[in-house]
Design a protein. Sequence first.
Length: 313
Amino acid sequence: MATTTTPAVARGARTSLTGSTAGNPRRRGRRVDPVFYLFLLPTLVLFSLAITLPAVMGVFYSFTNSIGFGEFDLVGVTNYLAMATDPAILGSYGFTMGFALVTVVAVNVVALLLAIGLTSQIKAKTALRAVFVIPMVISGIIIAFVFQFLFSNSLPALGASLGIPGLQDSILANADTAWIGIVVVTAWQAIPSTLLIYIAGLLAIPGEVYEASSLDGASGWKQLRSIRLPLVAGYVVINTIIGFKNFLNSYDIIVGLTNGGPGTSTRSIAMTIFTGFTGGDYAYQMANATIFFVIAVAIAFVQLRITRGKAAV
């Protein structure tokens, strides 16, 4: 004889099943095994000791007159007020911002053009991609020393032999042109990573889009203008923000090429901070580092917000 379940019993069974922890995947997923916290603890401790604690101490010292050792007194916001009228600080911010803007434009334009070429139907494009990413794996200081020799010796010798006055002097020795050499070398090293992102973006475009446009009679130039460029616009934004943030931290290439010279014309913010640590301006440069940190965090938040939006699209 078949048995039947009354609606009330069925509803009670469903209620007890969904109300229990074993039958609710969401509630069961909230339980975290304590062993995971055990694995996380060493990382948190090391991060706190190596990053968080020094950062907090640096912010504290920025409100003092410390020279890096010995006794010190609290001076409030004196260091921050002095920065607002310091020509060396303002000059380093002006150079770094201008250098970052020019370099990020040059890097993105060249990398996008190379990516378009390396994703087209050309021979040995795989080998060419490998060649173009080589600068990315070379140390920045080594690249700087190599180009410093080229700018100071090879190019002037070539200019003298060809009778070109503009090449007979090193561009690094002139305060008006030294920044050009820094932009060239920095872009030379930064283009490969930007290139890889653009290649990934171009390869992600479905082939059906090109086939449909070809059936509609679209030429290669029209496909580039109406398909490729609009569909990689998100990658352009991401590369621009990431590149600008990275170029603000430029240090090793500038040290290897000009060491901040001639004079202080090519001294970046990072160079100003590091040189101040050993020049008796410890607390003053800590204030500078704090302001620089706030700017970097603001750019990081903008980057995160934009990249989240592009990922959602």
